[in-house]
Design a protein around this ligand. Structure first.
Ligand code: SF4
Ligand code: SF4
Length: 251
């Protein structure tokens, strides 16, 4: 099973589903939210980031690089950098290696009702990979959540449905024009998939990012009403500017 590139694995997360979670962040997304907290997850390809404020100008990266004009993404400079000023986003795992990492936290999951969350980027761009890993987790008694913006064909959800305990489902705006303005795509398919997931009996928790100058205020209030009318649990995610440093570093 070929997996997409992973840009991070976060252990002991308390914000990506119930209990303590180990979160796998896959690279690649088909939205372009202007506030994105994880810009390193947008491209499906590996990327080198340079955090210039951390650089101490030691020159170690230059000394190890053999492809300065056409970076081969070998990662040698990131390993040589003593200041974490250079980072490689995009690691390739095979399924067995990833399962070994996920399995290690099972005692914590069992103690607190936690589990694994597949996220991104948009992990649902890779339904075969998510279904494979989620079914492996299911066999081993590990609960699985999927964090998604929902902008994929419903056939992708069908592939993962048998193995997923909870969908953390982003609703950024109900107004299609506003949604298009903030994310680069319209929301018809996202909302239709949400309705179909509910009809299938899937467990869903809505996540509403509250973004100034976008949906904060009346639009968020209308998403709340939408959720309450359908008895859908929801949580609001406060905007933070953590993505800005990474956005600059990736330029
Ligand atoms: S990733 Fe490799 S090729 Fe690219 S700049 Fe760093 S050392 Fe050079
Ligand atoms: S190795 Fe790191 S700290 Fe040293 S010059 Fe390169 S980026 Fe800057």
């Amino acid at each position: 099973m070929k997996l997409p590139l992973v840009f991070d694995i976060k252990r002991a997360s308390t914000t990506d589903g119930p209990g303590l979670r180990t979160v796998v962040f896959f690279k690649g997304c088909n939205l372009d939210c202007f506030w994105c907290h994880n810009p390193e997850g947008k491209s499906p390809l590996a990327q080198i980031a340079f955090f210039k404020d951390k650089c101490i100008a030691c020159g170690a990266c230059r000394r190890v690089c053999t492809h300065r004009d056409t970076c081969s993404l070998c990662g040698a400079c990131t390993e040589a950098c003593p200041a974490e000023a250079r980072r490689l986003y995009g690691a390739l795992y095979d399924a067995e290696a990833l399962m070994t990492i996920l399995r290690a936290d099972k005692p914590y999951f069992d103690a607190c009702g936690g589990g694994v969350t597949f996220s991104g980027g948009e992990c649902m761009l890779y339904p075969e990979a998510v279904a494979h890993l989620a079914s492996r987790c299911r066999e081993e008694g590990i609960a699985v959540a999927v964090d998604t913006a929902g902008n994929v064909p419903f056939s992708s959800f069908k592939q993962v449905l048998p193995f997923v305990d909870l969908f953390l489902y982003d609703v950024k705006a109900l107004d299609p024009v506003l949604h298009q303005r903030g994310t680069g795509v319209t929301n018809e398919r996202i909302l239709a998939n949400l309705e179909t997931l509910r009809e299938c009996g899937a467990k869903v928790c809505i996540r509403i990012p509250v973004i100034p100058d976008f949906n904060a205020g009346e639009e968020v209030a209308s998403i709340r009403r939408y959720c309450e009318a359908r008895s859908l649990p929801y949580e609001e995610l406060a905007y933070h500017a953590f993505g800005e440093d990474k956005r600059s570093a990736l330029r």
